[in-house]
Design a protein around this ligand. Structure first.
Ligand SMILES: Cc1ncc(COP(=O)(O)O)c(C=O)c1O
Length: 462
């Protein structure tokens, strides 16, 4: 592809001006870090940064053992000494360069993207980057479209910034495009248009939903027509275990779906994508990465420069030693085996949920095909009861039951209300099945059944 056609396809840098918050505009680049690239020039003598003298670092080598994803054999890895030295020192804000290159290669391959104006930056988990992205993009009262229910920790960021949240309804397949369309068509005159839509498209947290391809295309078309960005928070991408082919990411679709001839601007650069290695390599390594337009990623980096300078290049070097030896095929084979484990856990959990609650009409749910959550609605009122209920199913709330009575019975889960952007009652509950074995799952569902039956007035339930 020629450079010319690349520039034509991507939105220009100036497009992102209106996505910069007051704080982001006021934040200056670090005067020290901005000059880091000059240090690499041949014959340059640097008196620039307060880099500690590496001879004082006690680490001489870094080795670990890991399971080969293809053979299941244990293998020894040693971080290349030059790479180790590089990673022990301060380095580029976006991450250890070799690691960033590896990740960019992964994104190119996995999402079929050419290099038209996007880049990758690594953070201390994707949460770090989401937090920074929202701070760089939103001022108080700016508007965000946000799927409901939604990841509760994102809500803590959104609320701390006083962002106006417009809830986008979902069902068992995630965001309902027709409802999103109505919201946009009926947008009140004079109200600022949304800057972005926040969504978790695979194995959503909390609802476990994966958005089918047709819906994704409709949602992308709406983003283009109404000119907002898509914040694709995707830590469960590699935990897809559905039987149908995996639907393409928004980051992939924005390059493959053209709206030529419709008058709608379909240039790329509308998607800011967040990946995480927490669910596939290790949560404690704290590696997440953002992929998107250089203008937006640059502002996130600028925030990092004043917040924590960079994420840990040492963990980047460990990940790179592993991943460069495995290659993309090895990494994908590993993620495949991870997702299969979650599929088995999903089956195990769903069987017990059906046996103790579903079959007795105490709960309903949609089967997740990615991630680690089941989002189920408790049916707290016995439909056969002669006593008339005071609340409709929509008004029923699981919060008290889950926070108090379930805990008394020895079971903890999350009441659905914590995932509703603007709050409110909901009979839904989020359960995570990632750590459970069969016996524990059965016992958990037995206890939950007792809690629901007692809430229905069956105090003798065992
Ligand atoms: C939807 C979602 N986004 C982001 C994160 C943060 O993940 P990380 O460990 O990469 O910070 C999580 C963690 O559970 C999550 O569920």
């Amino acid at each position: 592809m020629s450079t010319e056609s690349k520039t034509v396809r991507a939105l220009p840098e100036s497009y992102y001006d209106r996505f910069a918050s007051i704080a982001a505009k006021a934040r200056k680049p670090s005067p020290i870090r901005a000059l880091f690239p000059l240090e690499a020039r041949p014959n340059m003598i640097s008196l620039l940064a307060g880099k500690p003298n590496p001879s004082t670092f006690p680490f001489e080598s870094m080795s670990f053992t890991a399971k080969n994803p293809l053979s299941s054999q244990l293998e020894e890895f040693t971080v290349d000494p030059k790479l180790l030295a590089e990673s022990l020192q301060y380095g580029p804000t976006a991450g250890l360069p070799g690691f960033v290159r590896w990740l960019e290669g992964l994104q190119e391959e996995e999402h079929a993207r050419e290099r038209e104006g996007w880049r990758v930056s690594v953070g201390t988990g994707s949460q770090d980057l989401i937090n920074k992205a929202l701070i760089t993009m939103f001022d108080p009262e700016d508007v965000m479209l946000i799927e409901s229910p939604v990841y509760a920790t994102t809500l803590t960021v959104v609320d701390s910034l006083s962002i106006t949240k417009i809830e986008v309804p979902t069902d068992g397949d995630g965001i309902i495009p027709s409802k999103l369309q109505i919201i946009l068509e009926e947008w009140p005159q004079g109200k600022p248009m949304p800057k972005a839509l926040y969504t978790i498209p695979y194995g959503g947290n909390p609802a476990g939903t994966t958005v089918p391809l047709t819906r994704r295309k409709e949602i992308l078309a709406l983003a283009r027509r109404y000119d907002f960005l898509i914040i694709e928070d995707d830590p469960y991408y590699y935990l897809y275990f559905g039987t149908l082919p995996r639907p393409a990411s928004y980051f992939s679709l924005e390059a493959s779906e053209s709206e030529q001839g419709t008058g709608v601007d379909s240039r790329v650069g509308r998607v800011l994508r967040f990946d995480s290695f927490s669910k596939v390599l290790s949560a404690g390594m704290r590696i997440g990465f953002v992929t998107g337009p250089a203008a937006l990623v640059g502002r996130i980096d600028q925030h990092t420069q004043s917040a924590n300078l960079q994420s840990s290049h040492l963990t980047h070097s460990l990940a790179l030693a592993l991943l460069s030896s495995w290659g993309t095929p090895g990494f994908l084979a590993h993620t495949q085996s991870v997702s299969q484990l979650y599929r088995q856990k999903r089956d195990m959990f769903e069987n017990a949920l059906r046996k103790y609650l579903g079959d007795e009409g105490l709960a309903v749910w949609s089967t997740p095909c990615a991630g680690m959550f089941v989002w189920f609605r408790l049916i707290l009122t016995d439909p056969t009861s002669t006593q008339s209920s005071t609340s409709s199913p929509e008004e029923e709330d699981s919060a008290d039951l889950i926070r108090t009575r379930a805990v008394q019975e020895g079971i903890i889960a999350l009441p659905g209300t914590v995932f509703i952007p603007n709050g409110g009652p909901t009979p839904y509950v989020r359960a995570s099945f990632s750590l459970l074995d069969e016996e524990t799952t059965e016992e958990a569902m037995r206890r939950l059944r007792r809690v629901v039956l007692r809430a229905r007035g069956r105090e003798d339930a065992v």
